[in-house]
Design a binder for this molecule. Sequence first.
Ligand SMILES: [Zn+2]
Length: 356
Amino acid sequence: MTTGICFSCVRGSERPLKPKAIEIRQCAPGERTNFFLPLYEDATGSPLQVPFIVARGKKKGPTVGITAAVHGNELNGIKIIQNVLEDLNLEELRGSVLCAPVVNVPGYNLGRRYFSDGVDLNNKFPGKPDGVPAEQYARAFTLTFLPACDYLIDIHTASEGRTNTLYVRADFESPLVRELALMVNPEIILHVRGGDGTLRSAARRRGIPAITLEAGNPSVLQGKMVFEGERGVKNILMHLGMMNGKVELRRTPVICQSSKWIRTTGGGILETKFRLLDRIEKKQLLAQTQDPFGNILQRYYAPSDGIVIGMAANPAAFPGTRFCHLGLVGEPSDELSAEPAVSTAKQPAPKRGRKR
Ligand SMILES: [Zn+2]
């Protein structure tokens, strides 16, 4: 079932590279096709080969695009893609699944978040033909991948030094996107419209309903997150009528209309007083910092009620360290009547140097 494919028309010996959209119909119905495409070049002029998979069902239906490792050290999505593909019955599948399991190949090879120029690729979509390296690569990927997609699921994790709940970023005001987000059945759904250089926003600009699935932590494969992510993706395929089976919804996700990272305003060893998914009350003590002698430097209190979406895993804090991703609970339509978006709040710190 695994075959190679020659998209020779994509590149040939032309310079500069001319990206061409993947055409699902070039792949045989009822087969899975694995292939690499040269979307960029390294500094020797050699092609940067990016892996793609088309699982084309025998029956007609939409194409769902699934991407992972846009940030090169976010690995759970690679395994989610592999597990979903393993369980697809291509005789029965209605439509196709188009996967890019490692979008950011240079970052993946180095075990780091950013593209080879140190730039956040997920800030540069849809890219530019004459932009910085990450922008040129983003453009090549966008033009190759997105035209084939009717839906997009972009899988991420927390960034280095932080941990995440299983949550979905989605434009909750779009009925189609809302359906996709609910089918993933995550712990939290955060309403974020997009438009910020993400792959999701590039899809949205093309009218493709898209969600970002945040599944756990970077640089590891986490069985529970992979299992839950896999179930969420399969729920979407079943909901779209592509796959047989019964949608499994095991929880009621908490909807957040907005969120804010709360940052330290001084350095020190950070001790947090909350856990992921905790419900937080306004003015609750969230964290404190200490100097190396154990003296308390500063205390941080919740600026509003909320729920913990993500948090710092590394206790070494500089001024500006993000330590609590606080979601403001409620539907986006509540926005106008709700409290103002949460902001960093600090109550007067005990005097520096005071003994505990
Ligand atoms: Zn990411």
